[in-house]
Ligand binder design. Sequence first.
Ligand code: B16
Ligand code: MG
Length: 208
Amino acid sequence: MKGAIFDLDGVLVDTAKYHFQAWQRLAHSLGIEFTEDDNEALKGVSRLESLERILEKGNIEKSVEEKEELMQLKNQWYLDLVVEMTAGEALTGAIAFLEDCKLKGIKIALGSSSKNAPLILNKLNIGHLFDAVVDGNVVNLSKPDPTVFLTAAQKIGLSPEDCIVFEDAIAGVQAAKKGGFYCVGIGTKENLPLADEVAHSLGEYSIR
Ligand code: B16
Ligand code: MG
């Protein structure tokens, strides 16, 4: 492995719980039920596509302008939770794993769908460890499209065969495999059957 590409939410930090609270608040305000299972299916999916799936569930149609307003509302509720976040909320072993990659001379990139990635990296004090950051501000094609990971590999000057993608979402694992990457799923084999191998956290994975 010459390069490691990390998803953010669910691999380095558990922001999924905050996405869940904010989406659920928005869905309820529209009279739509929103469960943990619904949230699971939105992991790795972009903000716009997530909203569209929720509206579809409620059989509700909105104009482009209304969707924009709803996304802003959800994001504000999400940010209200994220601003309180501390470096202690990094997932088990995540920061040590990034530092270990750095020591071993492995190039490090972020491959996230989130437009809030820079703020979260800042909150975790890990921004300086990354050679490239590719997020929802750079690529707006939602996973399972592989563009986010292909762009990350390109930015660290490596081909997909030389990189490992670390992903927790079904859509993210699909994106990595479509892009031709070896993919370590953060989760279980049952949740992420397409991953080449799985680990419960980065703390459990050792670089070979
Ligand atoms: P934002 P990842 C994804 O991040 C999240 O898993 C997904 O739930 C979220 O909708 C998406 O980012 C967009 O996030 O609203 O902050 O732009 O897992 O690809 O790091
Ligand atoms: Mg994720």
